[in-house]
Design a protein around this ligand. Structure first.
Ligand code: NAP
Length: 317
């Protein structure tokens, strides 16, 4: 099978030598845009020219644009993070499956990834503790390599009204949902910049757009602000985007039958977003299709948060 050569020829300086190219090919991981854009490549003799051609035409490599890159997914021992970890592995990434308490579950996900021909390992940390996060990034880098894809997914919920919210709960929700995303981004950004490529995806929530989800909504709203700020600060090597689901279809949601029915009734598309759909969007955001997209929130809510007023049924005479 052809090795996927990850490099955009359009960005190669004019007059690049073969030695320079081969060194670059060893160090840089990206897909070739077109060999015709560079006269040196167009004139290259096989086997290199053949290899380049294969790299853009071999369909077996088509979806593996994260080959040999390391992806860290927080909160991947249950819920949406599991699907994100699995699908990033499917795109070729070596996945750091992060957990807090559920070590056995995280290890089971890693076993599944290995059984499917992928690579990864499990890592524990409390995301509300800065020291844990520093250790997490150091451990992942040492065991799997420098992080190229960071998915800030762990995000505990709490909708206790502000008037009765305990200070410790404020700190925990803000630290786990917001501070962790900032600190992890700060910790992994230098490695991404050295590699010339990185993707940060923050998992938000449409709670950011309402005023009834208290400190959780506040943290998720601030996460969108952080996403935009980091997108500016970390450009051009790194893109930073948010994937923002509303209520996710899950066994837990099924236990809240009335809440679920009301959510579906208020959703134009008439159903809840699935974990699989969110994971597919995360992978898409890390794909070449999103190379020019940064600082954006991709809202996956079936249209539920589109502002609407009640329709006035005026009679037309
Ligand atoms: N569920 C929804 O309907 C919904 C709606 C909109 C947005 N979201 C957002 O989508 C993301 C995924 O939500 P989800 O409901 O699928 O997953 P979830 O059940 O909230 O998350 C479970 C995962 O997060 C880890 N985790 C939770 N708190 C942690 C902490 N303090 N430190 C480290 N790890 C922690 C858990 O680790 P252990 O089990 O190993 O302890 C587990 O791996 C979150 O950002 C959430 O805010 C969810």
């Amino acid at each position: 099978m052809a090795r996927t050569v990850r490099f955009v020829l359009a960005k190669m300086k004019p007059g690049v030598t073969r030695e320079e190219y081969e060194r670059f090919e060893r160090e840089v991981d990206y897909v070739i845009a077109s060999r015709l854009e560079n006269p040196w490549i167009a004139a290259a003799k096989p086997p290199l020219a053949r290899r380049l051609f294969d790299a853009v035409t071999d369909p077996s490599d088509a979806g593996r644009f994260l080959e040999r890159k390391v992806a860290l997914v927080t909160g991947a021992s249950s819920g949406t993070g599991v699907d994100i970890a699995r699908q990033l592995a499917g795109a070729g990434a070596r996945v750091a499956v992060h957990y807090r308490m559920a070590k056995a579950e995280a290890e089971r996900i890693v076993d599944e990834i290995h059984a499917a021909g992928g690579d990864g390992a499990a890592f524990g940390a409390e995301v509300a503790r800065s020291d844990d996060l520093r250790r997490l990034v150091a451990d992942v880098s040492e065991r799997l390599g420098s992080v190229s894809v960071l998915v800030n997914n762990a995000g505990p919920f709490n909708d206790t009204p502000f008037r009765t919210l305990a200070e410790a709960d404020w700190d925990y929700i803000m630290d786990a949902n917001l501070k962790a995303a900032w600190l992890l981004s700060q910790l992994v950004a230098p490695g991404m910049e050295r590699a010339g490529w990185g993707r940060i995806v923050n998992i938000g929530a449409t709670s950011a757009f309402v005023r009834s989800h208290a400190v959780y909504g506040l943290a998720k709203a601030a996460l969108l602000h952080l996403t935009e700020s980091l997108a500016i600060e970390l450009a051009p090597a790194i893109t930073v985007n948010a994937v923002v689901p509303s209520q996710i279809a899950s066994p837990r949601t099924d236990t809240l039958a009335e809440y679920k029915a009301r959510a579906i009734a208020a959703t134009p598309l008439g159903r809840l977003v699935t974990q699989d759909e969110i994971a597919r969007m995360v992978v898409l955001v890390c794909s070449p299709a999103f190379d020019v997209v940064t600082g954006r929130a991709i809202i996956m809510d079936g249209g539920r948060t589109i502002p609407r007023f009640p329709r006035l049924e005026l009679k037309q005479d």
